[in-house]
Design a protein. Structure first.
Lengths: 179, 508
């Protein structure tokens, strides 16, 4: 029971014997995704830092507070850029069985989603500008519920293509409107 | 040009399949009035703008003529056809559009007759496919059918779906037997004041009034009676004034709420007929709303706080393609208006086919859930309170801010407690039952066949406390039904019991 599963989370000892736990999905996303998430976050931080820099330089006179704010932001940004992508990489996982899609995403807050393949409506794949830079693809499996799209971001191109093909074939087999 | 018949008014069987019809000729009486009312602001602006050149009335007349011509033209250019397999509407003079809805896709047929309609015996009908509430799908609207034609079309479209292939005889009353599930009783008016539906109206009217007084620089206090009232009030103490204002507001809101309740739900009836639920209601505007039972994925019993005090409840359909939430009353998913709780409960039980989901005792969510309800209040309020106290100690603020914050904290603690007490869940037969909320407590009973997936959400703190939000996703109603702060084993037990086998490949 003390063995550590691949996600790095210890097995829950609070479970009474005989009750099973929900394990994480089997597949990790592409390791390149770490750099994709880093870049995406870095762009956001850069905007904030540039604004603060303008604010710092535009003002004359007492600038101690401005400098403190700027340095605190730099520390936060560096911490976030180091911790977040690696944490995310350990969390973001996916798995497709013969009956269901199962995903896990997030870092500080985490979410697992399960949907039966018979309820899939559409399968989208999407590549944003930053994703293209790293050759990554985001695959989204939509169900009829507005609350239930299953997103797998940071897949390498080949895995994504195979996944989309597999899921699309299954979604087309389903009769009815899957509601 | 398709062949045409004259006005289809009168005889019920006048609507033949495959023939293009016009709207009822009586609509020509209503159209001028409707159009003028609709374009009143435009006409007013025209008259005002024209009065600068001394030709206000002339411009007004021109505007009126254009409005009337456009309205009347709409009547002359609209044609509809109730075919064997589809419904078609044709509109437009220069840009002719034909809208087609296959009959097997029709999910809602709503009939509305406002006051003007009712005076001349007309009604309007909205045909919806109700596929999803996300896409733009306003359906087909035919404004201005005779009341008989409208109800005949409604019957035809809803109850002959199974027999669309066969040419049907056109007698209207031969439908399958109808069961009445609930009927309005005059005693229900007592629930009116507790719906608070009038609060928004009263606030809007008061706000609008103040705006006019401000904008128009009206010297209200110069008016005789108001002047003397203000004189007298001026000598009263502020506490008394506040009290009077409060009582006046409560009475106004109660009256407005009761009036709103009567207007919306007068003569309410819920009928079940051949796989369709039919809600009839309204004092001035009559509405007949139909919900296809095949789309029903559950029932929600909702009890706003005030209504709960007087043992009242509402009943809302959880159906695919029907919006729930804001505007549920207007959107047509309301099955029972604010009424005695036992009536809402018995209707729910009837529709779900068992009293189990309505009566079953619910499982509590446990100590962690309780602690987290209180933490939410304390984590927000405590820092605010401490900050205000420090500022007061430094002399930067008077005492009342922290007193007010303390008061708010004392008010929110019972709410947190009630929020925990509301939390509950169970899987009863074919139903997942979820209850939550304090200001509006909802007991959602979702049929498990309507659940199309699970989301398990854990915040950082929830992971440390070993609890999880289990969210059942569906295509109906609110789209997501959340079981807050379940223990991990309980979340898996619930998911496995509601949808056996879905999670099992991922368990170990």
């Amino acid at each position: 029971m003390t063995q550590v599963p691949p996600s790095g989370q210890p097995v829950d000892r609070a479970f009474p014997p005989g009750v099973r736990t929900l394990r994480p999905p089997r597949h990790l996303v592409s390791p390149v995704a770490v750099w994709y998430w880093t870049t995406r976050a870095a762009i956001g931080w850069a905007v904030v830092l540039i604004l603060e820099l303008v604010w710092l330089l535009a003002q004359s006179g007492d600038q101690v507070w401005h400098l403190v704010v700027f340095l605190v932001t730099v520390v936060l940004a560096v911490g976030h850029l180091i911790v977040m992508p690696r944490w995310r990489y350990r969390v973001h996982r996916w798995e497709v069985t013969s009956v269901a899609v199962y995903t896990q995403a997030g870092w500080f807050h985490q979410e697992r989603r399960v949907a039966p393949l018979s309820r899939l409506q559409t399968v989208d794949s999407e590549r944003g500008p930053i994703e293209q830079l790293f050759g990554l693809v985001k695959v989204t499996a939509n169900t009829a519920s507005a609350a239930g799209p299953l997103r797998i971001s940071g897949l390498d191109r080949q895995t994504a293509e195979e996944l989309v093909e597999e899921l699309t074939a299954i979604a087309q087999q389903t009769p009815g409107d899957a509601t | 040009m398709p062949p045409e018949t004259g006005a289809a008014a009168g005889a019920v069987s006048a609507i033949d399949p495959g023939v293009w019809h016009r709207l009822d000729a009586r609509m020509l009486l209503l159209l001028p009035l409707q159009e003028i009312l609709k374009n009143l602001p435009f006409l007013a602006v025209l008259v005002l703008a024209g009065s600068g050149s001394g030709r206000g009335p002339l411009w007004g007349l021109i505007g009126l003529a254009v409005t009337l011509a456009a309205g009347t033209l709409r009547w002359f250019t609209t044609r509809y056809q109730i075919g064997v397999a589809q419904v078609q509407v044709r509109r437009g003079l220069f840009r002719r559009r034909t809208m087609t809805v296959p009959r097997d896709r029709i999910r809602t047929v709503d009939l509305t007759a406002h006051v003007l309609h009712r005076i001349v015996g007309l009604a309007s009908i909205t045909i919806g496919t109700g596929r999803t509430d996300r896409k733009e799908d306003r359906g087909l609207k035919l404004d201005g059918l005779s009341a008989q034609d409208a109800s005949w079309i409604r019957e035809e479209l809803l109850h002959r779906r199974s027999a669309v292939a066969a040419p049907t005889a056109t007698t209207s009353q031969a439908g399958p037997a109808a069961t009445e599930l609930a009927r309005w009783q005059p005693r229900w008016i007592a629930y009116g004041p507790f719906t608070l539906s009038g609060a928004v109206t009263v606030l809007a009217v008061v706000g609008f009034g103040l705006e006019i007084v401000n904008e128009g620089h009206l010297r209200v206090n110069r008016l005789g009676p108001i002047h003397s009232i203000i004189e007298q009030l001026g000598s009263a103490s502020p506490t008394l004034l506040a009290l009077v204002a409060l009582v006046a507001a409560v009475i106004l809101i109660a009256l407005a709420s009761t009036l709103g309740y009567l207007l919306a739900f007068w003569n309410f009836r819920l009928i079940r007929q051949a796989g369709t639920l039919q809600v009839t209601r309204g004092l001035l505007t009559n509405r007949v709303i139909s919900i296809d039972e095949r789309r029903l994925r559950g029932i929600e019993l909702s009890e706003p706080l005030l209504l709960r005090w007087v043992k009242g409840a509402r009943c809302i359909a959880i159906a695919t393609g029907l919006r729930v939430g804001r505007g549920a009353e207007r959107g047509g998913s309301m099955l029972v208006p604010p009424a005695p709780e036992r009536i809402a409960a018995s209707v729910s039980a009837e529709l779900l086919g068992s009293t189990g989901p309505v009566q079953a005792a619910l499982l509590e969510h446990g100590p962690v859930a309780r602690r987290r309800r209180f933490n939410r209040v304390l984590l927000v309020m405590a820092p605010v309170l401490v900050l205000l106290l420090i500022l007061w100690g430094l002399g930067a603020l008077p005492a009342w801010p922290w007193l007010a914050a303390t008061g708010l904290l004392l008010l929110l603690l019972p709410v947190a407690w009630d929020r925990y007490r509301s939390l509950g869940h169970a899987v009863v037969g074919q139903c997942l039952v979820v209850r939550s909320g304090s200001l509006v407590r909802r007991r959602s009973m979702v049929l498990t066949e309507g659940i199309i997936g699970w989301n398990l959400h854990q915040s950082f703190f929830q992971r440390r406390a070993r609890v999880v939000n289990l969210i059942a996703t569906t295509a109906a109603g609110r789209q997501a039904y959340r079981l807050q702060d379940l223990t991990l084993p309980e979340s898996i037990r619930v998911a496995e019991e509601a949808c056996p086998g879905l999670l099992s490949p991922f368990l170990e």
